[in-house]
Design a protein around this ligand. Structure first.
Ligand SMILES: Cc1cc2nc3c(=O)[nH]c(=O)nc-3n(C[C@H](O)[C@H](O)[C@H](O)COP(=O)(O)O)c2cc1C
Length: 202
């Protein structure tokens, strides 16, 4: 099995999401791990050339549009290779960090991760499943009473579903802005949830 580990926190050792995605991959045993560190990858925003490259007619293509579109090539390749995707996603301003959005904006290209069939979008990554570890200063998970502020889980579920990944598990590590004891509790609870997902994959 190949697992793509995507991290999006700009923090390194202090990052809860990175520590948890690493705990996840280490819990899996003998699998091949492909690492995609979005804090280091410098993924550019979509540009006009990119839009022409991906959506424009053949006659509008230029060297610049082909180059802009090709940036995603290796990213799409590693994404398609993986059987399982693990994403570390801190909550930033009630959504995900901009690098994670920039990543999906780059890789979700027509004919690569999605296609059009009889006027409908059809996802092409249907053989994969995903786990998303969300880390948050507050708490917004089901039952928290603040679900309406969570613009992260719904968005990630929709974009993963759009490209064909519907088997998605969320692991919540919340209340991290609280004292150390609460942080430790949240971290240990997330590790238990990770163990359950890792066992189901092994
Ligand atoms: C720019 C920024 C925005 C944040 N926005 C939120 C937020 O909207 N809600 C929340 O609960 N926590 C928020 N936080 C706290 C982070 O989600 C929390 O620190 C989390 O642990 C970050 O993940 P990491 O430890 O993997 O870096 C924010 C932190 C930063 C730096």
């Amino acid at each position: 099995m190949k697992v793509l580990k995507i991290d999006s926190s700009p923090r390194s050792e202090r990052s809860f999401s990175r520590r948890l995605t690493t705990h996840f991959t280490r819990s899996l045993g003998d699998v091949e791990i492909i690492e995609r560190d979005l804090a280091q990858s410098q993924i550019p925003y979509v540009t006009e050339d990119w839009v022409v490259g991906v959506w424009g007619p053949e006659e509008a293509q230029t060297d610049a549009s082909r180059k802009a579109m090709a940036i995603a090539g290796p990213l799409v390749e590693e994404f398609l290779q993986a059987d399982h995707i693990i994403i570390g996603a801190p909550m930033y301003n009630f959504g995900s960090p901009a690098v994670l959005k920039a990543y999906f904006d780059q890789i979700i290209q027509m004919g690569k991760l999605v296609k059009m069939e009889e006027g409908q979008f059809v996802g092409l990554a249907t053989t994969k499943s995903a786990t998303v570890v969300v880390t948050r200063g507050g708490a917004y998970s089901p039952g928290s009473g603040a679900e309406a502020y969570d613009h992260q889980e719904g968005h990630l579920r929709v974009i993963l579903g759009f490209i064909g990944i519907t088997e998605v598990k969320f692991i919540y590590c919340e209340n991290l802005a609280s004292d150390e004891a609460s942080q430790n509790d949240a971290f240990e609870k997330a590790k238990v949830d990770i163990a359950a997902v890792a066992t189901s994959l092994s």
